[in-house]
Design a protein around this ligand. Structure first.
Ligand code: Q9C
Ligand code: ZN
Length: 344
């Protein structure tokens, strides 16, 4: 399988994040992608290429232009505001929740709140460089598949599936999976299915395609009544307008083991098959693993082989996009198990 990877991900190097009501060591760290990159090399899964430059027009098909401009200009604005140039991690702290207005303020704190939805996503001096390389990784993998490859692995970092049309959060800035899906549409696929198997609901991908019938979004994730992102991902969210019936959420309880997960997965795969997509995007989070430090499903190393095999059963051109997964020392084996299971 072709892998697309950019070493520029290391430019996003957070040290702390907000979790459990306080600042704690960051878990979305460069070593995650380095581990998966090394594992793909070692397993000799195939060629590894660098991404082509990011196509801004493509990004603006799934994100607001003003939001992309904010991400790109953030660090210069930080410096222009006279703030500490040596901080690794910056955080918003005020949001235009319903009843307040999404004003494009002159003040940076207003802008950070306007364009985010949580305080758990540190931004730093090199974040845009890493984020744009990550999005370009998804774009390049999708174009390769549009051009005829049966599948490709976009080794993206930072992850993307929480990123909204106009807001960052959940360690995500640009929605790599949505960019891949849109690139597949632009490349000739009339219909695309996005299957999100990250432990967390892909609220950003859902929001981006919620009113569209050309992209079917399906997600299996921890019940948002008990787990991040809380405010989206519930089973009664079925799409709206033209998109009604083209959004499927399957929340599962904390503690879910592979047999229950597998049952739901086969149901979702049958729904996707009924949709008859021309292409597919898989948001591959490895945080369903039993020893993931921030997650509470209990898939074992070997279960990822079976997961990969199930995902590979759909014989439709597929882009696999790396999302979450924070048990750093097990990412290598879990990634390779999924990808080799997919190929077998
Ligand atoms: N106590 C992805 O997997 N913070 N994002 C959790 C844990 C947010 C996860 C705090 C988790 C976001 C791409
Ligand atoms: Zn996740």
């Amino acid at each position: 399988m072709l892998t697309v990877f950019s070493p520029d991900h290391i430019r996003h190097d957070p040290h702390v994040e907000m979790a459990d009501g306080k600042l704690v060591p960051a878990v979305e760290i460069p070593r995650r992608a380095e581990m998966v990159h090394f594992a793909v090399l070692e397993a000799e899964l195939g060629e590894i290429i660098a991404p082509d430059p990011l196509d801004r027009a493509l990004v603006e098909q799934v994100h607001d232009a003003s939001y992309v401009q904010f991400l790109e200009s953030f660090w210069q604005r930080w410096l222009d505001a006279g703030r500490d140039p040596n901080v690794d991690d910056t955080f918003p702290f005020v949001w235009p929740t319903p009843g307040l207005r999404k004003v494009e303020t002159r003040h940076l704190d207003g802008l950070m709140g306007r364009y985010s939805f949580d305080a758990g996503t540190p931004m730093g001096s090199g974040t845009w460089q890493a984020v744009s390389a990550s999005a370009a990784t998804a774009q390049t993998a999708a174009i390769k598949v549009s051009e005829g490859l049966p599948h490709a692995f976009a080794l993206c970092r930072p992850p993307g599936h929480h990123a909204m049309p106009d807001a960052y959060g959940g360690y995500c800035f640009l929605n790599n999976a949505a960019i891949a899906a849109q690139a597949l549409r632009n490349g000739g696929a009339e219909t695309v299915a996005v299957l999100d198997v990250d432990y967390h609901h892909g609220n950003g991908t859902q929001a981006i395609f919620y009113n569209r019938s050309d992209v079917f979004f399906a997600s299996i994730h921890a019940d948002p009544m008990d787990e991040y992102p809380y405010f989206l991902g519930h089973a009664d969210e079925i799409g709206a307008g033209d998109g009604e019936g083209f959004n499927l959420n399957l929340p599962l309880p904390i503690g879910t083991l592979w047999p229950d997960y597998a049952n739901v997965l086969s149901h979702v795969l049958a729904q996707i098959e009924a949709f008859k997509p021309d292409a597919m995007v898989i948001s591959l989070g490895l945080d369903t693993f039993e020893r993931d430090p921030i997650s509470q499903f209990a898939l074992k190393n070997d279960d990822f082989k079976t997961l990969g095999a199930a995902l590979g059963g759909a014989t439709v051109p597929t882009v696999i996009v790396f999302e979450g997964g924070y048990a750093v020392d097990d990412l290598a084996v879990n990634a390779v198990n999924t990808l080799t299971g997919f190929l077998d």
